[in-house]
Design a protein around this ligand. Structure first.
Ligand code: 13P
Length: 246
């Protein structure tokens, strides 16, 4: 049994609408109970819901984040985009940057670096996603890819204390697959070894669910989970937290 302080980040991706707010009552109740132990919950809904989530979570310890942001810290003529200041303004304290679903749309390590810098300037905490594809894994390039993503993504960022790493192997996202426990432990060690001064928090993401959490929770260098599909279901999300601590 652990009482470790762990982060449980719900990434709702492009799901949810105003009626989803009702599903949060259970989670709010849970967040105020003793059952939450050392768990810290953070919701990253689509931008359209950040403000409503923020109001709903007014009286509880649940954090809120965006799922991406534009790299410009200034306002500007960027149709369809939202910057980190705007996220902060509607109640976000976190932002996910570098998710593979955005990297697949052409987001480069360099662009991710600019986004992280602008988010830190806006005083948001960053959940910085890294991870290899299946073909990179097969070619045994995982470490090479992670090193490159970390090196370029965090270039010229001195204070990394507000950055969480989220290791999300692309092949594990939405596939029902998770890495072998030993491999995952070693990869998380490898990621932490890239940081000299203070070790970052490293979350794992990719098909986390109430079943496989009983395996994942035993990997003791992981500091939390970034949860997609299962996080949209309040019962499953709560179950994941409870089982982490059981
Ligand atoms: O991409 C993810 C979280 O950012 C993981 O998604 P799933 O949990 O649906 O595999």
């Amino acid at each position: 049994m652990t009482n470790k302080y762990m982060f449980f980040v719900a990434n709702w991706k492009m799901y949810g609408n105003l009626s989803s707010l009702n599903t949060l009552d259970k989670v709010i109740k849970f967040s105020k109970s003793k059952e939450i132990k050392g768990g810290r919950l953070i919701y990253c809904p689509p931008n359209t819901l950040i403000s409503s989530f923020s109001k709903k979570f007014n009286n509880c310890q649940i954090g809120i984040g965006g799922q991406n942001c534009h790299e410009s810290k200034d306002y500007g003529a960027y149709t369809g985009h939202v910057n980190s200041r705007m996220l902060k303004n509607v109640g976000a304290h976190f932002v996910i940057i570098g998710h593979s679903e955005n990297r697949e749309q052409g987001e480069s390590d360099k662009l991710i670096n600019l986004k992280i810098k602008s988010a830190l300037e806006a005083k948001l905490k960053v959940i910085f996603c890294i991870g290899e594809t299946l073909s990179e894994k097969r070619k045994k390039k995982t470490r090479l890819i992670l090193s490159k993503q970390i090196k370029i993504g965090l270039k010229n960022i001195k204070d990394k204390s507000k950055i969480f790493l989220a290791y999300e192997p692309v092949w594990a996202i939405g596939s029902g697959l998770i890495p072998k426990a030993q491999d995952l432990f070693e990869t998380v060690e490898f990621i932490k070894s890239k940081f000299k001064d203070k070790l970052p928090k490293v979350l794992y993401g990719g098909s986390v669910n109430p079943q496989n959490i009983t395996i994942l929770r035993k990997i003791n260098n992981i500091d939390g989970f970034l949860i997609g599909g299962a996080s949209q279901n309040a019962k499953k999300f709560i179950d994941i937290v409870k089982k982490t601590y059981s």
